[in-house]
Design a protein around this ligand. Sequence first.
Ligand code: ATP
Ligand code: MG
Length: 601
Amino acid sequence: MSTYREASKYPNFQGAAFLSIMAGIGRLIECLWQYRRRYLLGGLCLAGTTSLLMMVPWWVRAAIEVIERGDPESELGGYVLLTALAAAGGGLLRGISRSIIFNAGRNIEYDLRNDLFAHLEKLPLSYYQSQRTGDLMSRAVNDINAVRMLLGPGFLNLVNTPLYFGYAAVFMFAMNVQLTLAVAACLTLLIWVFGQFRGRIQRASLRVQRQMSRMSAHVQENLSGMHVVKAYVQAEPQTARFAGLNDEYRVRSMDLARCRGMINPLMVALHGLTVLVVLWYGGWLILRQQTGVADLVAFFLYLNVLAWPMAAFGWMISLIERGRAAMERLEEIFEVEPSIADPERPAPLTDRERGIEFENVSFAYNGDGEAALRDISFVVPPGRKVAIVGRTGSGKSTLTHLIPRLYDVTSGAVRVGGVDIRSLSLEELRGAIGYAPQDPFLFSTSIQENLRFGDAGATEQEVRRVLGAADLESEVEVFPDGLDTRVGERGIALSGGQKQRATLARAILADPEFLILDDCLSSVDSQTEQRILHGFESVLKDKTCIIISHRMAVIREADEILVLEEGRIVERGNHESLLQAGGVYAQMYRRQQMSDELDEL
Ligand code: ATP
Ligand code: MG
């Protein structure tokens, strides 16, 4: 994690506290403050460049006066030399200042990206339910770029422009007050125009950025759900939807371009107007001998220097507004508190003799919405296996999500090793749990690396052993690169059953204390599932396990079986006692037996 946020620790920096009220701006200032030395140095170099370049018209004016007075040639030569040196020195310093400031902008971009990613990794699953991945990606890429532009070229122009105008004002006043006032009157118009366009550009920028997010989200969803798009012949409607979004993006971008485009000619016209005023009023003053030709030439040269900052005004405003809007959008993410975080003083996980314990646990996905789990209490003693069965949607997966704190309970408590899991460090808790989810997920890397996600230090032999136990080794052998075969995005190159077995192997490779298997072999046939679980018998022997399955053959071997219905435990006991009780479980068992018998016919 980078340290730029630690900037607020600097006690002598009073400004940040006030400005942080203004969300994104506060963070921007903090970024600048973190790199304050570089920005200061860059700013000084910029000031040096501007000072040198602004001396040029002054010395040209002096040279003209030498010519007018008919002074010796050597004096003229001196001014020519000075002018040449100032131009060369100014050019050199300009290069240095640009590289210092642009590099600082790139460093902040780097820090911001790292911080954003680290922050995203800490946010709870519930946050991602309300967000679109494409939108988050657009912020991480486009908005951070916009912030870099603001802190690089934006900062440079923000410092440079007032310097140019300030210097010009001082030199012009020194030459002729009336003519300077005339120029100032023209420039007041410029400030008015600037004010008119700022708000419009800000709104237009934000609209463009939002639309870009929508488009990214659409693209991301389509790419990751490409097989569904194709299977449902949705390519055309989806393309049409994208075209609609893209069209809106074009309209909004053109609106922004129009705003910016209007500023440029206006600024050029204003510059032209100023030149006309100087020519007319300056000429008039010369005719009345209140100023000299040298002054008039110097005025023109100063106006010439100001031409670029004036023309770049539109670009600069849009850089600033885009950067600010981007920072606000990033701040919306940074502001989200990681609600599931380490406690201040985590308790150690030492007494592991108590397995997993649920005490009056209730849970709802949306705070006060409908409960997915109600008043769940049970204990999995160490080394024992508890199986959970129930109809689809009865809350089995939800129950398992609570153990590694993917979500926090709404009421009640979950204990692992006798400690409330909210008192444990997330790393220790999650490190002790092996979790094979119902919906297997693999990263787009090799099989071997995917398995090592569970235990980075595992030897190849260990990887092969768990693959063998998961009945996957022989299948991996025939893959083109064996263990190093890449599995494609989300493991797309593997079959459903292969993916499930790989995720099971990943959970077991980590050799965790507690194992949660959430219907993780549903895609393989019944016999294979049993064979695999028997293959793992020696590994599973001492583990505390929660097993969810739809297969009675797997369930019946558990020490205790919990039957869930609409988030409640409606029956519990071992296989025999539940059969004898003749309730929901017995019905489910009989139904499955009948369907197995029918299959065999
Ligand atoms: P299955 O056998 O189909 O896997 P399950 O017993 O595992 O079902 P859960 O996934 O735990 O069922 O879902 C329990 C209830 O919670 C369902 O009504 C479901 O709609 C709801 N639910 C699940 N996940 C979420 C979520 N992320 N946000 C809101 N509600 C959810
Ligand atoms: Mg489930």
